[in-house]
Design a protein around this ligand. Structure first.
Ligand SMILES: N[C@@H](CCC(=O)N[C@@H](CS)C(=O)NCC(=O)O)C(=O)O
Length: 238
């Protein structure tokens, strides 16, 4: 090897080493953790916290107080939370995020039809949530009183009888005859639903009660429930 070749060889080694260092430090700049941003409440964010905990993923639980929200709202893709940050990217829409996380933690169906059943269960739970929220936040006391009978005597039994039957048909789960993200989604909402209507909505649904117990006893979920900040719904009582 003459002097020139040694120079070229040395330069190449330097380029490779330097390039690798540069790439690594750029790579390190990108945050590989998931950052879940939501209000300091369960509601629409809790299903995502359940899924991140279930999969033991590396995640940050970023909780926003109402007084901070005014300065943060414009940073969210559609002005709402939750959002999920990952690898320099920002996602929104809780159900889309939940479906993505379910894929990461293997809580999806085994085929397209099972995934359809899971999606339908999740959409049904969202339909129920919207009914309960509309009742809870009805400002006109007369309209609220008029909604009470139909909600408690017709709508809630309608949903719960069907969800109970669905769980019975699916070996105790909401879809696909196995534990899926629909089950975590449902159980994550239960405390919130009960708070919205001030009653235990699954009190007379033994299969759903068992499902609640099954999900809450999954070790990673149990650990999350035990370690999470105190549950606070009142921040939504605007
Ligand atoms: N479809 C959206 C709804 C999100 C949503 O309604 N977020 C509410 C909190 S639960 C929010 O950000 N409210 C504050 C605001 O709109 O300024 C999702 O599921 O992510």
């Amino acid at each position: 090897m003459n002097k020139f070749n040694i120079f070229i060889f040395g330069t190449s080694i330097f380029a490779v080493v330097f390039g690798t260092i540069t790439k690594t430090s750029e790579h390190n700049k990108i945050n590989q953790n998931y950052i879940l941003t939501y209000f300091d409440a369960p509601a629409v964010g809790e299903a995502l916290r359940f899924l991140l905990s279930y999969g033991n993923l590396d995640w940050v639980d970023k909780r926003i107080q109402l007084r901070q929200w005014v300065n943060l709202k414009h940073t969210m893709p559609f002005g709402q939370m939750p959002s999920l940050e990952y690898d320099g990217k920002l996602a929104h829409q809780s159900v889309a995020i939940a479906r993505y996380l379910a894929k990461q933690v293997n809580l999806t169906g085994n085929n397209d039809w099972e995934n359809l059943e899971i999606d339908a269960a999740v959409d049904t739970i969202t339909d129920l949530r919207l009914v309960l929220v509309a009742y809870k936040y009805e400002k006109d006391p007369i309209i609220k009183e008029n909604k009470k009978g139909p909600l408690f005597n017709v709508t809630l039994p309608f949903y719960l009888e069907r969800l109970e039957a669905q769980a019975k048909r699916n070996r105790g789960y909401l879809a696909a005859e196995k534990l899926t993200w629909a089950d975590l989604f449902f159980v994550s909402f239960l405390d919130y639903f009960n708070w919205l209507v001030n009653k235990d909505i699954i009190a007379e649904a033994p299969t759903l009660k068992k499902l609640n117990q099954t999900v809450c006893e999954i070790p990673n979920i149990k650990a999350w429930i035990q370690s999470r900040p105190p549950v606070n719904f009142n921040m939504f009582s605007l």
